[in-house]
Design a protein around this ligand. Sequence first.
Ligand SMILES: *Cc1c(COP(=O)(O)O)cnc(C)c1O
Length: 386
Amino acid sequence: MFNDDIIKKLEKLPTPFYYYDTALLKNTLEKIKKITAASKFHVHYALKANSNAKLLQIIRSYGLGADCVSGNEIKRADETGFKGENIVFAGVGKSDAEINYALEKNIFCFNVESIQELEVMNDLAKKQNKIASIALRINPNVDAYTHKYITTGLEENKFGINPYEFDSVISILKNLPNLKLIGLHFHIGSQISSLSPFKKLCQRVNEINKWFLNKGFDLAHLNVGGGLGVNYHEPDLESIVDFEAFFNVFKDFLKPRNNQKIHFELGRAITAQCGSLISRVIIIKKAINTNFAILDAGMTELIRPALYQAYHKIENLTEYSENKNYKYDVVGPICESSDCFGKAVMLPETFRGDLIAIRSAGAYGEVMASQYNLRDKAPALYSDEL
Ligand SMILES: *Cc1c(COP(=O)(O)O)cnc(C)c1O
């Protein structure tokens, strides 16, 4: 990702900033487009991973839809050219204002996450004299074997409707004429690094799909969510995830009927690897068992390590060398001990002023930025504009 030419350009710029390799993003999207063309598969990009307007415009230009989890994400999707008919809206607690806005935009589908939400949505749709298309977000009780903060498909999670509630859902729906049930929605978690949870998901979807058909619901849409993980340890070896293997699981194990369309909501797998957080070393501080490399970027720019012990590869772009003989705790300047990007990171000897890249920061990086400590918002820069 970083050749000498790019590093020379980056060295001149004030830090910290997010750097996006738009060519890599385009190659990633091209791959998805190729695999899903002429199939029943349709991908909605999950804006919550990165809602940067320039990236969204690129993503939309490859024909993807938008998966939104807030009214403002729907607004951003709208502003960046996504049509209402290509927008889905999920979320465990949608406000009335958000639902009303989405109804006005005539979005494709609301993913409804609880029985009470069905009633709320019916009331709001009625007031606008509309019929809202909905999918039921179902909790399939499939373990994604990922970090506990990003597992969503287990019974104890707050997300989705559980199978023991299906009968009540069906009888309640009969009295809600402003809702039209068009599909089933599932999303079991994020950063899922093995394909077996997806196989298990397919089996559960098949069972549930059949159950609804037996009750007289021939639903046109099955939405299997997102969650495909990326290789944070070796971003250059796997700069584009193996989408072929991922989609093949659904080709092989999901049994849709002929009239059913399959929707995916990928976030991280699309944008993680094209982004890096670029920072400078402010201070090298020697300690007894380690050295601290204190950066001018911190958890305010990339909170994943502090929030869920996430690993990100760290590279010294200035002293780039294979001789990684020194151990550093690479930390940010924020007044929190958890503001640490990596402990005992092996780097070449590192000095004040060196340029540091924290890799795979394109998903859940910029979108989670905060102004804690009254920090400035770090800008975004793009490979095709340098
Ligand atoms: C977060 C989320 C996604 C995207 O997850 P990734 O792990 O980034 O692919 C998709 N669907 C829903 C409902 C989500 O909440």
